[in-house]
Ligand binder design. Sequence first.
Ligand code: MN
Length: 439
Amino acid sequence: MSLYPLNETHDASRKSWVATANLPGCDFPLQNLPFGVFRPRSDWRSKVGIAIGDAVLDVSGCLLSGLFSGDAAVAAETCSRHTLNELMALGAQYWSALRARVFALLAEGASERGTVERHLLAMQDVEMRLPAAIGNYTDFYASLHHARNVGSLFRPANPLLPNYKYLPIAYHGRASSLVVDGTPVRRPHGQIKLQEDQPPELLPTRQLDYEVELGIFVGPGQPLGEPVPIESAPERLFGICLLNDWSARDMQTWEYQPLGPFLAKNFATSLSPWVVTLEALAPFRIAAAAREPGDPPVLPYLYAAEDREQGGLEVALEVLLQTAQMREQEMPAHRLSLGNARDLYWTPAQMLAHHTSNGCNLQPGDLLGTGTISGPAKENRGCLLEMTVRGREPVQLPTGETRSFLEDGDEVTLRGWCERPGFVRIGLGGCTGRVLGGR
Ligand code: MN
């Protein structure tokens, strides 16, 4: 029995009275209803809103107008806060009740339209903030294609380490340097070895990279010492966003052994502002990626029949690059890659079950990154390190420029969306960051 069965809120025949929500290619149709934290330009306070077309619904404003009751009202009450954490803590019953009611309020023919309209703001008139106060951030390495491509660059004879197919590899990331879409990223300095046989110097990185990932937000917390069984993992997950794990490859190569990534990754990690709920994603759940012949069986604590059958996510992920020269010439951003989260080797439920298997606790708003999402083909490679084979095969851009790694002025945009026949396309919006020169 699925936690989120298909219901009226997934019905493709329903439209919104917010006209822009019905346009083809809109990321935020009636069937999506993602949550984010916004600040009206006219106000100093932030609060929780829901995206619909090119507008943001002020949920707590609607509550004051008496539009919610029961569980939906309990959920709406948390939307006056400046983070999603309290809403995340409530659990699926409350998120679902709020979604069902907002769907009804924004659907064509809603009798409350006149009241609801007073609580809609144009997206261009609000500033988006980070969706949550993120206490902990863990970045996984769940794409087998990525692990294999990167591993073969550094250990050609032995690209996959022996643990890879037994456990979802991860490291604890830095929560304080998570930034929201639009925040510029300054080129970091770090210890870099210019010559293999020379000592390192403190220099601006020459190998700045992006990584296209999904961020997964934890909903209700979990006490210390109590693992989450994999069967219960889905109810602990609130929703997903786009995540760009900016990386300095030359710093990483020198520092990562023996304890893993440190300063090569914690200078900035960008998140998209809208969190798409697991319920909105219900039509786009698919079987977990098939394990390869000869793979070891999954250990029991990482196995659930339902997770194998529908624990995967079908989310297309696109990376776009616009250089300073492209902006000057008014050229559109250039697509660097197109991948899909369906290619992940480990599911979100497996990541969560593994994370808590030792009794590690969870807090509402904790963030899991999937790791770079790459697929089997060259055009699916989710970072420049893989795509340019560590800089050896630079990308050609329409301006005639080439890129082995990112240059100052480059702007990277991640986009994500879900499509399936019989359902309305939903999107994750965008996650953009521009590279500034090092100080
Ligand atoms: Mn990463």
